[in-house]
Write a protein that binds this ligand. Sequence first.
Ligand code: 0O2
Length: 277
Amino acid sequence: MEEISVNEEQWSHFFIPYEQAVGELVVKFIHLKKEYRKRKIHSPIEFVFGRVKTVNSILSKAKILNMPVDQEISEHIRDIAGIRIISQFVDDIDTVVQMIEQRSDMRIVEKKDYIRYPKKSGYRSYHVIVAYEVITINGPIEVYVEFQLRTMAMNFWATIEHSLSYKYDGKIPEHIQLRLTQAAVASAKLDSEMFEIRGEIIQAQLYFNLYREIQNLTQMIYLLGAISENQDLIEKANQYMNETENIDKLEDIRNQLAKVVEDANKIGLIVRDGNDD
Ligand code: 0O2
C-alpha cells in the first residue's frame, strides 16, 4: 500500500497477516482456557474474541491521526488486529498479563492500564500491545496486536458506551453521559464486591460443574439401560449431591459413574458390531 488510492485487492492483501494473527491467537488462548478446565483450576480466561479492524475504522483513525494511508499505518495504528479476553475477576487480568509476558511467541511493546487509571469517559480495561510474527507464503511478517483485557462488568459497560458513542457520533448527550459515569462507578463496585467473595464463587462453580457432570453421567447410565446393576451407585450419587459438600467424595462418585458409562459403551460397541455382522 504505497499510495492513498488503495483498492480492494490491496486491502485484502494488507489484511492477510492480521487475519492470520487473530485466527492463531484466538485458538491459542481458547486452548489455554480448555487446559485450565481440564486441570480443574479456575480459568482467568472466560471468553476470547478476535477481530480485524474494518477499512472504514482504519481510515477514520488515520484521519484523526492526520496521517496518509500508506505503509506507515501498520506502525501507527496498532489495534488493526485485536484480541479481547474477558475474565470473571479483576485479579484474573493480572494473571493474563503475566501469561502474555511469559510467552515466547510475542513481545510486549506497550501496556496501558485503564483499570488503575480509568479514562475520563469511565472506560476501564487493560491494554497490551504486542509484536507477533506470522508465517505467510511470503515469509515471516511481524504485526502489532492489541489485547484488551476486561472483566465481564467492564466489557458490559464498554460495549454499551461504544454503541452510544457510535449512535451520537462521539458526542453523547450530557444526561446520558452522567448515567454512564454512574454506571462506570457501579461496574467498578461490582468488580470489587465480586473480588471480595472470589474464593467462595470459584468453589461454588467447582461444585456446580461436578453436580452437572454427575447428573449427565447418571442420565447416560439410564439411557444406556445400565440402571438396574448400578442402582446402589446411583442412589449413592443422589445422596452425595443432596448431602455432601465434600469435593473428594463427589469426585470419587463422578469417577465411578464415568467408569460405568465407559464400560457400558464398550459393551454397546461390541453388541453393535455383532449386530452389524
Ligand atoms: P474499535 O471500534 O474498538 O476498534 P490513545 O491515543 O492511546 O488515547 P488509542 O491509540 O486509540 O488512543 O488507544 P486506546 O485508547 O488504548 O484505545 C483503543 C481501543 O480501546 C479503542 O479502539 C476502543 O476499542 C477501546 N477504547 C478506548 N477508549 C474507550 C472508551 O472511552 N470507550 C470505549 N467503549 N472503548 C474505548 P477504537 O479504535 O476507538 O474502536
